[in-house]
Design a protein around this ligand. Structure first.
Ligand code: SF4
Length: 279
């Protein structure tokens, strides 16, 4: 494949070369006598052009080879990452998470295009990105005290009969008991968390700027979680995302066990647990 690419590149060079030689030939033949006397010599022009052609010849060859090698490396890396994504998705193992995450994010468009080409669901890529980001951020998230962390819950988890009002601080839950948000919000706020029920995507950015949490736990559908984690990454905030069990705009479902495990598990919780076991 590399040889055929190099041949193509050489053919292009030869074509360009021939084009310039023809121009020189035409110039040489058609220069009128008066102009030929005016200029130093048509021979000098021809020589200059031939030198330029030689330089361009080498330059085109180098550029052509660079482009071909770049394309080859991109294709091989894209295929490798796609294979890795499928392997991680199926086995749940994520070796070298930082390196792989950088690779996926750099070639995300190409990897998704490759998935679509082979009629594979490209949301797998988002799922693996979320799990990799969680793996990278979890330690830092857990090391911070509850008071410095924020939790964002999606409004679609509410009951369809939710009586809560919307304010500039999000949906104001009154713990009416119609859904799990009320109880969760109360328990987590007692621990020290800032808890928000998110009415829309721009809300999270506004709360980050206002309250400056040092770590974030977010819940949402796959695209919301991925966008939220990307946003936190841009702000340099370690964030962990938990996907909803069922997507949709109303009455969605969450594995509250997984959620509480993540929310409760901090260095402080470990410390308290070890202190109470010693007393
Ligand atoms: S518990 Fe809160 S969020 Fe859930 S329905 Fe009641 S007021 Fe709405």
């Amino acid at each position: 494949m590399a040889t055929s690419g190099a041949n193509t590149s050489n053919n292009l060079m030869v074509g360009a070369n021939s084009f310039f030689v023809i121009i020189v030939f035409i110039l040489d033949i058609n220069l009128p006598p008066v102009r030929a006397k005016t200029y130093p010599s048509s021979g000098i022009i021809k020589l200059c052009l031939l030198i330029t052609i030689c330089m361009l010849d080498s330059l085109y060859l180098v550029i052509g080879q660079i482009i071909i090698y770049f394309l080859l490396i991109t294709v091989v890396t894209t295929v490798s990452i796609a294979i890795f994504v499928i392997y991680s998705f199926r086995t749940g193992t994520f070796p070298f998470p930082n390196v792989v995450l950088s690779g996926i994010l750099a070639l995300e468009g190409s990897v998704k295009a490759l998935f679509r080409l082979f009629k594979v669901d490209d949301s797998i890529v988002d799922d693996v990105v979320i799990r990799l980001r969680n793996k990278v951020s979890l330690k830092r998230f857990e090391s911070l005290p509850f008071e410095k962390k924020a939790i964002f819950l999606p409004q679609c988890l509410r009951s369809v009969d939710c009586p809560a009002k919307l304010s500039s601080e999000g949906i104001q839950c009154i713990n009416c008991g119609r859904c799990n948000i009320g109880g969760a919000k109360e328990k987590l706020e007692q621990l020290g968390y800032m808890v928000f029920v998110v009415p829309g995507s721009s809300f999270i950015k506004r709360m980050i700027l206002k309250y400056k949490p040092e770590a974030i736990l977010g819940v949402g559908c796959i695209s919301e979680v991925k966008d939220g984690l990307d946003l936190c990454h841009r702000f340099g905030i370690p964030a962990v995302g938990i996907q909803l069990d069922t997507d949709g705009c109303i009455s969605t479902a969450l594995d509250w066990g997984v959620f509480y495990n993540t929310a409760h598990h901090t260095a402080k919780a470990d410390k308290n647990a070890s202190e109470s076991s010693h007393s």
